[in-house]
Design a binder for this molecule. Sequence first.
Ligand code: SAH
Ligand code: DHB
Ligand code: MG
Length: 223
Amino acid sequence: MEEQVFAEVDRFLGETIVAEDEALRAAVAAAEAAGLPSIQVSPPQGKLLQQLVRLVGAKGILEFGTLGGYSAILMARALAPEGRLITLEAKSEYAEVARQSIERAGVGDRVEVRVGPALELLPVLEQEEAGPFDLVFIDADKVNTPNYFAWALDRTRPGGLIIADNVVRGGTLADSSDPDEATVAQRHLHEMLASEPRVDATTIQTVGSKGYDGFLIALVEHA
Ligand code: SAH
Ligand code: DHB
Ligand code: MG
C-alpha cells in the first residue's frame, strides 16, 4: 500500500515540478522499445542530480552506468558552458540506444559514451589524464561501487561531489547479516567513509516509483 502511495507522489511530481520534456520521454520510449530494464533514475531524483551539477558548476562529469542515457541527458543539460560528460556502459547494445537518445536530446556534442566494463575503462581514462572531475555519479554494477568510489576520490576536485545510487537497497544497508554482495559492498563503502577525512558524506534514503533505496552524496574536502 505504501509503495503505491510513493509511486503516486512521484506521478504527481512528474505532472507538476519535474515534468519530462519530449526528448526525455523519447529516451524512455527508446529504451523500453529496445528491451532495456526500466531502472533509470526517477524524474525527482534526476532533478536532484541536475541541481547538484548546477550547484558545483560542473564542467567535467564522469558517470558509471549509462543504461539508455536518461541520467546522462539530464546531467549534460545542467553542465556549465563547454562542459563535458563521459559515461561508461558495459553493454554495447545499451550504449547504442543511449547514443541515439543523447543525440536526439541535443547534447551529443557534450557527451561521450564509452563501452566496456568500467574497471577496464578506468586505466584508459588515466592514460588520457582525464579529470579531475567536478562530479562523479556512480550507478553501475553495485558490487563495484566502493572500487569506483575509491578511484573517483583521487580524481575529483576539492568542492566536487561523488554521488552513488542504490546504496540503501530496501533497507538491507542496516543488516550486517545480509549476505547479498551488493549490500555488503554498500556497507563496506559506508564503513570506509567513516574514517575518510577527504570527504564529508551523507546518505539520503529515497522512496518513489523505484521503491525504497538511497543516494550517497559525498563532498570532496579542500586539502
Ligand atoms: N544511470 C542510468 C541507470 C544505470 S543502470 C540512469 O539513471 O539513466 C546500471 C547500468 O550499469 C546498466 O546499464 C548496466 O548495463 C551497467 N553496468 C553494469 N555493470 C557494469 C560495469 N561493470 N561497467 C559499466 N557499466 C555497467
Ligand atoms: C538496478 C540498477 C539501478 O541502478 C537501479 O537504480 C535500480 C536497479 C538493477 O540493476 O537492478
Ligand atoms: Mg541506479
